[in-house]
Design a protein around this ligand. Structure first.
Ligand SMILES: [Zn+2]
Length: 139
């Protein structure tokens, strides 16, 4: 369960991991940018869906991670209802970090239907991430 704040009216909505359908604001019904935190217990559910999903392996001490976070948020807002962003704190989830070889962060891993489709290491501008995302949106 994650809480997402509506960019339109500011209401917060609670969203279940891998909830059916796409999240909308419980108040104004605007499509919400789908940004959730995952841990070892919820990870496989969070990436299992049919929407293109970008997993952000990050840490609080990582400067480039703070640089890439707004780019990811802008993608989540621009593609509300089409894309999901899943945040994994590598310090709190070392097992996942090892599983995905997140030695260098930020590491962005792109999933669709639970399958890894692409990955990007290091901070990238939103335009570069959009370019990586494009084939997953169409195919
Ligand atoms: Zn709203």
């Amino acid at each position: 369960m994650s809480t997402v704040t509506c960019p339109s009216c500011g209401a917060s909505s609670r969203i279940r991991a891998n909830a059916p359908g796409r999240p909308v604001c419980r108040s104004c019904k605007t499509r919400l940018p789908w940004v959730v935190d995952a841990d070892t217990a919820t990870f496989s559910q969070e990436v299992a869906g049919p929407l293109p999903t970008i997993v952000d392996f990050w840490a609080a001490w990582c400067g480039p991670c703070r640089a890439v976070a707004p780019a990811l948020m802008s993608i989540a807002e621009r593609h509300a209802g089409e894309v999901k962003v899943v945040k994994v704190d590598v310090d709190a989830n070392q097992q996942l970090a090892q599983q995905f070889q997140a030695m260098s962060i930020p590491l962005l891993v792109f999933f669709k239907n639970g399958q890894e489709r692409d990955r990007v290491v290091g901070a990238q501008p939103a335009a570069a991430l959009e370019a990586r995302l494009a084939p997953l949106l169409t195919g």
